[in-house]
Design a protein around this ligand. Structure first.
Ligand code: AMP
Length: 221
């Protein structure tokens, strides 16, 4: 099963992705994580994308698409997992078209696009309060999922960070960019009969249950 998680920054894509990959043995391909890893390793690509990411802008399609498509092709050719889960990609109609062409070539396809629809104010509060652990990837929130010891990861003891693009000013910019460049994908996938809308304003378990229901329905069709 191959899935796409759609939704604005702060919709809870990363949280739901972790649950889905464990349950369905999917490979999690999170474009933001992949780009942050390139930055941490100071690769050429990492240096090229840094300015866009810090400003809350999308990285140009030509820098991001091939990296993700190569990972997808690896997953398809290895056939070890139960499929892949895309989180943060595609983010433009051009990326979706390139994804469709690559999948067609590899005789694969997307089974569903899970669209986490979430109110703007809620996403702002989720992101500005978010703290993450660069060492193990755990995510916290200062009010709802606070770490036991301030600024320290419960799981691995790493020092938690506030992502540079999670400040209120950059979050506002990321939401604008989402509306202009990524929201049109809802129509793109609706027209292809793949879009499944989920209420992302609910709590984590309720969102998981809605997703579960969609996937059960999907399995029955
Ligand atoms: P995320 O962790 O998914 O919120 O992504 C963080 C940042 O990485 C975004 O604000 C963009 O600058 C960049 N990025 C991640 N995925 C993409 C993509 N599919 N297309 C363009 N830029 C991306």
């Amino acid at each position: 099963m191959n899935l796409v998680l759609l939704g604005p920054p702060g919709a809870g894509k990363g949280t739901q992705a972790k649950r889905l990959v464990d349950k369905y043995n999917l490979v999690h391909l999170a474009s933001g994580d992949i780009l942050r890893a390139q930055r941490a390793a100071s690769t050429d690509l990492g240096r090229q994308v840094a300015g866009y990411m810090d400003a809350g802008e999308l990285v140009p399609d030509e820098l991001v698409t091939q990296v993700i498509l190569d990972r997808i092709k690896d997953v398809i050719s290895c056939q070890q997992a139960g499929g892949f889960l895309l989180d943060g990609f595609p983010r433009t109609v051009t990326q979706s078209q390139d994804l469709d062409s690559a999948l067609e070539e590899a005789r694969s396809r997307i089974d569903a696009v899970l669209d986490l629809c979430t109110d703007r104010e809620l996403t702002i509060s989720r992101l500005t309060g978010r703290r993450s652990c660069p060492a193990c990837g755990a995510v916290y929130h200062l009010s709802s999922i606070a770490p036991k010891v301030a600024e320290t990861c419960d799981r691995c003891g790493g020092k938690l960070v506030h992502r540079s693009d999670d400040t209120e000013q950059v979050v506002q910019q990321r939401l604008e960019v989402y509306q202009q460049q990524t929201a049109p994908l809802e129509q793109y996938y609706q027209q292809r009969g793949l879009l499944r809308q989920i209420d992302g304003n609910l709590d984590i378990d309720q969102v998981s249950r809605q997703i579960e229901q969609v996937l059960v329905e999907l399995a029955g069709t």
